[in-house]
Design a protein. Sequence first.
Length: 365
Amino acid sequence: MRTIQNIIDILDQWAPPAYAEDFDNVGLLIGDATSVCSGILVSLDCIETVVDEAIQTKSNLIVCFHPIVFSGLKKITGKDYVERVVLKAIRHNIAIFALHTRLDNHPDGVNRILIDRLKLNDSRILIPKPSGLKKLSTYVPKKNSAYVLEALHKAGAGAIGNYSECSFTLEGKGHFTGNQASNPHLGEPLEKMTIDEVQIQVVFESHLTNSIQKALMDSHPYENIAYEVFSLDNTLTSVGGGRIGTLSKPMEETLFLAYVKKQLNTKFIRHSPLIGKEIKTVAVLGGSGSFAIPNAKQQKADAFITADLKYHQFYQGVNNLLLLDVGHYESEQFTKNLIFDYLTKKMPNFAIVLSSIKTNPVNYF
């Protein structure tokens, strides 16, 4: 039997909590993590009809993209759709777990889907996440260095962009004298030792700190391990908001608009005035992305695809950047399939249901 916590662990491993933005409300929003999970319903949003669907499918865990509870609830009386969802979920013992900006910033998340559907090449993160890296430096007897380094790599250290098992090593001499209560790996208590050692340095994503330190403690032979962990100012280029890539061939603007409309399965596109040149470099950011217009400009994008642009924000694209508002739901509609595919791959024999409810609150006439 799997508990809800078991499912959370699987989701946390895939989309770490550290990927989320500070303002966001992600993770387990409602429910008891120790409860046995009878089934999972995957949805983009968690509205009342989705909770009804969870009841019908006997799923006591809803994994959704958008959080139903975003700000504090002082009263839960059922006066609005948020409170009604919370009440119904609690009444029927249904837990709700939200991923949101964990997948917005994920290298293979919301924006990767847009890149793939538009068949953009050589894509990279548009806004790398700051302060997401740390560096470990430690000192190991030379004969044990390969074993310790392998353990650190298995824990996730040394993964940088498209490269793995990255490290820097430097040979030198280590000196120590243990007291009478010591139990040194090499030498005896009170004996002054000089050992051939290797300094190992590896970089890792900050959310891996605990597992990296555990791998070091479990693999290092010394009784007292000398090591330092540094927080780096480097941006984490593999994680962050939006992506930018290039079309295989430049497209005339109106043809590009038609192409986006087809590939993203959207009925309408609001866009800024045409800029009078072919579209080659395209930036994307699913959901509300007006804040990234300067980033798209800075990286010389010809077009920027996002949602929820306001009237005056369309002026920011005049003459040099074609802004496309494809709709909030439309830019994220494929995310529930991403979540569903991941969970079914990890748990092929578990009861996982893809919601059939279209949760878009915006209608078109």
